[in-house]
Each structure stands twice: as structure tokens, then as C-alpha cells.
Design a protein around this ligand. Structure first.
Ligand SMILES: Nc1ncnc2c1ncn2[C@@H]1O[C@H](COP(=O)(O)OP(=O)(O)OP(=O)(O)O)[C@@H](O)[C@H]1O
Length: 303
């Protein structure tokens, strides 16, 4: 049974995904009004958004807060709501929209707005990576480097990401990682190491197949260095749910982990699409089922 959500806040990132949002507020307002809902809007600025959003939420009562942006905006709103009663909704308006895809949320705004009156409330685990909040995926290694380079550049969109990745790939030197989890230890070089609560990157790469976001555990998904001849096979498996079928991949399932790069005092990590430099070792912890989210119902429901 969906709960009735009357007062909704939409946290809107004006720059996400390079998408024109001039008509978004009118569209959302009209949609909500038609269904007896009230929509309010909050614009991110890119400057201390978490503190400002928290202050806003402390003085205003909403039945749900929607992130209208990409993965960074979703992560921002999720962090502000985590541990509380108010659920997170998502209007996917970024370039990748990873968490919304993992939850099966339609990528079309009007279709996603259906969540305002027809939804299933789910409780998700979230992670702390080096003390930073993570709702979806974080990683060290190649992808973190590409995300940082992409972030520093002017160009946006999947084509720009692929261009940066191609430029960096040839000269890339994989680091060695030392990992200790509550279950096991592993050390070795890795092309990339993903800390995954979810399954799929916004690019549709399935890095952590068949895992759940509410099972109290997370996975460390390791892609070991591979020869160029293995690249097509690895890419094929990453897009077809075959992560575990490669000779160059392994997954460690755990509830706690410590990751270090021997000899380094700092490591580059991307967390929910945002690059950051963290002191090594990086501690990873899980907060079990502490985020309420609005997900599509499997069966169609009446208004
Ligand atoms: N008004 C603003 N001006 C400039 N930057 C902003 C503004 N609001 C938010 N930001 C920045 O936008 C980034 C988050 O963008 P977000 O991840 O939502 O979109 P995206 O990167 O286009 O999409 P995706 O993560 O799905 O690829 C953060 O770095 C945040 O600081």
C-alpha cells in the first residue's frame, strides 16, 4: 500500500546532466496539483549544499523529498535524509543516474513523477567510505581517476567520459591494494576496486551482479590488471551480468573493510560520482537499512 504523500520537496540541481530544467518546476507543480499534492522547490548551489539542505529540512516538514538531478544530487539528499523517517524520491536528471536505474525508476521525468502517488517504500543500506556517506557505488583506481579528470574538464555527457577514459587508459599504472575485511584479507594490484552497495553504474556497467541493497552487507569488486587482448571479453561481461566469469575479477562480500595502498598516505576515491582524496587506509562501514526510498511498485496501483 503506498503511503499518501501530500507535501513534497524537490531538490533541484540546475546544472546536472547538462539538461535544460526551465520548465521542470511548472511540470512538477501541475502534475502534483492535479493529484492533490503540494510541491516546493529547493535549488542546490554547489556550495555547502548538505549543510543548507539540512537546515532547511530542520525547519520545514515534508512527506518526501525528491532529488531532481544526477547521482551527486541523489547522494546529497540521501545523506540529509538517512536515519530519518522521510523517504527519498528520485527524478533522474543527471548524466548517469545509477541509483535510480538500480531501483527500476523510469528515466523519463513524467513517468518518474508517478512515484509521488504510486510507490513501494523500501529501506536501503548505506555506506560510510573514509567517513563519507555513500548511497550507491564508490571506487578506487581507474574509474576514480576518470571521474576526477572528467570533473576537471569542461565537456559533459557519456561521450566526454569515454574520451577521457580512452586518453587515460594507455598510460594507466594500476596500484597495489591491501584489503582486510571482517571475513578475509587480500592483497594485489587492481585496475579498479569498487565498493558496492548497489549493482550498476549509471553507464549500465553491472559491477556487482545480483547483490541486494538491503542485506546488511556490501561487496568489494576487484578488476585485476589485464592484457589488452582481454579488454573486449571483460567489457562484454560487465554489460551482461557476467562480472564473476572473468579470470581477472573477484568479489569479496563483507560488513566492514579497511583498504590501503601500501606506501601511500592518500588515495583518490570516487563516491557516488564525486571524486575526493582520502587518507589511507580507507575504512568502509555499513549502516543497515537506514535510508527510506520510494521505488516503483511491481504491480500497477490505482491513483
Ligand atoms: N547550482 C550549481 N552550480 C554549480 N554546480 C552545482 C550546482 N548545484 C550542484 N552542483 C554540483 O553538481 C554536482 C552534482 O551533480 P549530479 O551528480 O547531480 O549531476 P551529474 O554529474 O550531471 O549527473 P551524474 O552524477 O548522474 O552523472 C556536485 O558536484 C555539486 O556540487
Amino acid at each position: 500500500m503506498p503511503t499518501t504523500l501530500r507535501h513534497l520537496l524537490f531538490v533541484l540541481n540546475p546544472i546536472s546532466g547538462d539538461i535544460n530544467k526551465d520548465n521542470l518546476e511548472d511540470t512538477v507543480t501541475a502534475y502534483c496539483k492535479e493529484r492533490g499534492r503540494a510541491a516546493a522547490f529547493y535549488h542546490t548551489t554547489g556550495d555547502a549544499d548538505l549543510e543548507h539542505l539540512r537546515a532547511h529540512l530542520a525547519t520545514h516538514a515534508y512527506d518526501a523529498v525528491f532529488a531532481a538531478g544526477g547521482d551527486g544530487t541523489v547522494s546529497l539528499v540521501a545523506e540529509a535524509l538517512a536515519g530519518g523517517e522521510v523517504p527519498l524520491g528520485i527524478l533522474p536528471l543527471g548524466s548517469g543516474n545509477g541509483l535510480s536505474k538500480d531501483l527500476g525508476i523510469p528515466q523519463d521525468v513524467e513517468a518518474a513523477l508517478r512515484l509521488t502517488w504510486d510507490h513501494e517504500l523500501r529501506l536501503l543500506d548505506t555506506l560510510r567510505v573514509g567517513g563519507r556517506f555513500a548511497a550507491h557505488l564508490a571506487d578506487l583506481g581507474f574509474n576514480a581517476l576518470i571521474v576526477e579528470r572528467y570533473d576537471q574538464g569542461e565537456a559533459r555527457g557519456p561521450a566526454a567520459y569515454v574520451r577521457v577514459a580512452t586518453q587515460e587508459y594507455l598510460g594507466y599504472q594500476p596500484a597495489t591494494y591491501h584489503i582486510e575485511t571482517d571475513e578475509e584479507a587480500w592483497e594485489g594490484p587492481a585496475f579498479m576496486l569498487t565498493i558496492a552497495n548497489a549493482n550498476t553504474f549509471g553507464s549500465n556497467v553491472i559491477i556487482n551482479p545480483d547483490s541486494r541493497m538491503d542485506d546488511g552487507q556490501f561487496e568489494l569488486c576487484i578488476i585485476e590488471p589485464f592484457p589488452n587482448t582481454a579488454t573486449p571479453g571483460i567489457l562484454y561481461r560487465l554489460y551482461t551480468n557476467g562480472f564473476d566469469d572473468s579470470d581477472y575479477t573477484r568479489r569479496l562480500c563483507c560488513r566492514k573493510a579497511r583498504i590501503s595502498v601500501p606506501g601511500a598516505t592518500e588515495v583518490l576515491v570516487q563516491i557516488d560520482g564525486e571524486p575526493c582524496h582520502l587518507p589511507s587506509p580507507v575504512e568502509v562501514e555499513i549502516d543497515v537499512r537506514n535510508l527510506r526510498v520510494l521505488a516503483p511498485t511491481s504491480a500497477p496501483a490505482a491513483k
